[in-house]
Write a protein that binds this ligand. Structure first.
Ligand code: SDX
Length: 392
């Protein structure tokens, strides 16, 4: 069978079959294993939802307790990982640190027994347990401090905030952070999940799978947008500057961060919940100075670009929540990675169930049978267009 049509970005082309999550982009619906995210955000926790995504059904009380216990048990890092992190430059981006550490975990737990359910469970638990510890440790270590050991009496979200801020978090803040993790846990075959699946399809170890997904999530068109949104709001600076800023972006054809989506043509349902969570935090801890700018920008973008289906995506309001929780801006994407590890692992496991290596085809546009020109007769083949490399 040959498909000849080329679609940039593989838009609309199914690359797998999956029963993990479902998105209806016209009606703003997202379900994990058939359960709406609104229901999960109201009733579930990040770890229970991770179990649902990875193992295919909600856990019983006993199963959940065991899963939570295993994750608590594996939260600590080997001192060699911490020693390795001491050598990282403090100016380095935390996503690069996380990617390096995720890959480094494979040095310690490298036994690649992909047909052994105990190995699969072990990798799931270790990755979910250790990724938050790595992110928090990097934050403290780049400030010159020792990392804080995880606390067994705190649940997943509260423990992360504690390891990061050195203070036990307010219960509302911890619950809201847990919901944020749950909302970011999975989203069908997005770029980083696809990257995880391609890597998984070679039957490499799960630490390499997660490391490749972290690298993909980091880009500003994907998970990196949450950090860029705050930088954009900072640059806009005031409600009065929203219209001129938008106008200048549209003229330069540059993207407004936190807006637009390949699948959603309405406001992302996660953005709606995140906005609500932000407002709950503002009510208790004070309004964020950027919130009014964000609201004005949402209105201006909807007025100008709504006809193209461009509305806030998951990254637009999440940063405002994280700021209130005391999370530094360059940790927003690592926080996304903590959450999305659940989805990546679910797809890794699903991929292994019916694996075939990803190996698409291409439409070749280059020369054929070109002559080999000897060195002294060559002219520069340097491509001028590379000099005008466009990032937007
Ligand atoms: C995530 O895929 C997932 O599920 C991802 C994610 C997940 O949970 O895993 O939801 C998380 O990655 C959210 C997206 C975060 N990225 C951003 O916020 C960056 C800004 N957004 C865009 O660059 C863009 O909307 C994408 C990357 C999200 C989607 O890119 P597409 O589908 O390739 O769309 P496109 O760039 O081809 O745009 C289509 C049209 C263009 O206009 P026309 O040329 O057709 O006239 O929409 C315009 C674009 O110019 N457009 C925007 C815009 N996004 C799209 N115009 C201005 N600002 C924007 N943000």
């Amino acid at each position: 069978m040959t498909f000849c049509e080329y679609r940039p970005g593989l838009e609309g082309i199914p690359a797998t079959q999956s029963s993990i999550s479902f998105v209806d982009g016209q009606n703003g619906i997202l379900e994990y294993r058939g359960i709406t995210i609104e229901d999960l955000a109201q009733h579930s926790t990040f770890l229970e939802t991770s179990y649902l995504l990875i193992w295919g059904g909600l856990p019983t009380e006993e199963e959940l307790a065991e899963f939570e216990h295993e994750i608590r048990y594996h939260r600590r890092l080997k001192y060699r990982i911490r020693d390795m992190m001491k050598c990282f430059p403090e100016s380095g981006h935390p996503m690069d640190a996380l990617q390096a550490c995720a890959a480094a975990l494979g040095l310690f737990y490298s036994r690649r027994a992909l047909d052994n359910p105990i190995y699969i469970r072990d990798a799931v638990v270790r990755l979910l347990a250790k990724i938050p510890t790595i992110v928090a440790a990097f934050q403290l270590m780049r400030k010159g401090n020792d990392p804080i050991q995880p606390r067994d009496d705190l649940d997943y979200a509260a423990n992360f905030l504690y390891m990061l801020t050195e203070r036990e978090p307010d219960p509302l803040a911890a619950r809201i952070f847990d919901i944020c993790l749950l909302l970011h846990a999975e989203h069908t075959i997005n770029a980083s999940t696809f990257s995880a699946m391609v890597t998984a399809s070679t039957l490499t170890d799960p630490y390499g799978v997660i490391a490749s997904a972290v690298g993909t999530l980091a880009g500003p068109l994907h998970g990196g947008a949450n950090e860029e949104v705050i930088m954009m709001l900072e640059e806009i600076g005031s409600v009065d500057n929203v219209e001129p800023y938008l106008e200048s972006c549209l003229q330069r054809k540059s993207k407004i961060m936190g807006f637009g989506h390949r699948v959603y043509k309405v406001k992302d349902p996660r953005a709606i919940i995140l906005q609500n969570l932000a407002e709950q935090l503002f009510e208790k801890f004070g309004r964020d100075e950027y919130y009014d700018i964000a609201l004005a920008l949402e209105k201006a973008v909807s007025d100008r670009l709504g006809h193209k289906g461009i509305y806030p995506n998951v990254d637009f309001f999440s940063g405002l929540v994280y700021r209130k929780l005391g999370i530094p801006t360059d940790l927003f994407t690592p926080v996304f990675a903590i959450a999305r590890t659940a989805g990546w692992l679910a797809h890794w496991k699903e991929q292994l169930g019916e694996n075939r290596i990803f190996r698409p085809t291409q439409i070749y546009t280059g020369a054929r049978n070109a002559p080999y020109v000897s060195l002294e007769k060559r002219h520069s083949a340097h491509d001028e267009s590379l000099l005008n490399f466009v990032t937007s």
